[in-house]
Design a protein around this ligand. Structure first.
Ligand code: FES
Ligand code: FES
Length: 152
């Protein structure tokens, strides 16, 4: 099957029920999305399909219907890059394991809502778990990225 990932086409020859995360990491070497829980609980594996955040550990590759974007995306017009810069500016990451998924969820929030309230941020991010407890820095970084996205 053909997958479009970060604007590039890949041909993969795998079973349709293989989780997308396995295809990305093991077949294609795209290792930004992480394996955390494997049961759609932690968010470490979050990627976008047509801009919507999905948990790639629990999405059979045969069900993918759209363009996949991962944290490796380098398109400067995309909110992912504003988020990445804000994460650096705020030194968000501790061990870093959850952060790719956190950033992908944050980017999709900003695509939907470039001026999120604290409540909006907490609601959008509540299902992405960080065992290092970086939540306060994540909130600050999202506010900063939101300013960039708005051009403020
Ligand atoms: S690894 Fe996919 S949600 Fe935890
Ligand atoms: S930075 Fe370590 S799990 Fe989030």
């Amino acid at each position: 099957m053909i997958l479009t990932i970060n604007r590039r086409k890949y041909e993969v020859n795998v079973e349709e029920d293989m989780p997308l995360l396995w295809v990305l990491r093991d077949e294609l070497g795209i290792t930004g999305p992480k394996y955390g829980c494997g049961i759609a609980f932690c968010g470490a594996c979050t990627v976008h399909i047509d801009g919507e955040p999905i948990r790639s550990c629990s999405m059979p590759v045969g069900d993918v219907d759209g363009e996949i974007t991962t944290i490796e995306e380098q398109d400067s017009s995309n909110s992912i890059n504003a988020v990445k810069q804000a994460w650096l500016d705020h030194q968000v990451a501790q061990c870093g394991y959850c952060q790719g998924g956190q950033m992908m969820t944050a980017a999709s929030l900003l695509n939907e809502n470039p001026n999120p309230s604290d409540r909006d941020i907490d609601d959008a991010m509540s299902a992405n778990l960080c065992r290092c407890g970086t939540y306060p820095r994540i909130r600050e970084a999202i506010k900063s990225a939101a300013k960039t996205v708005r051009g403020a």
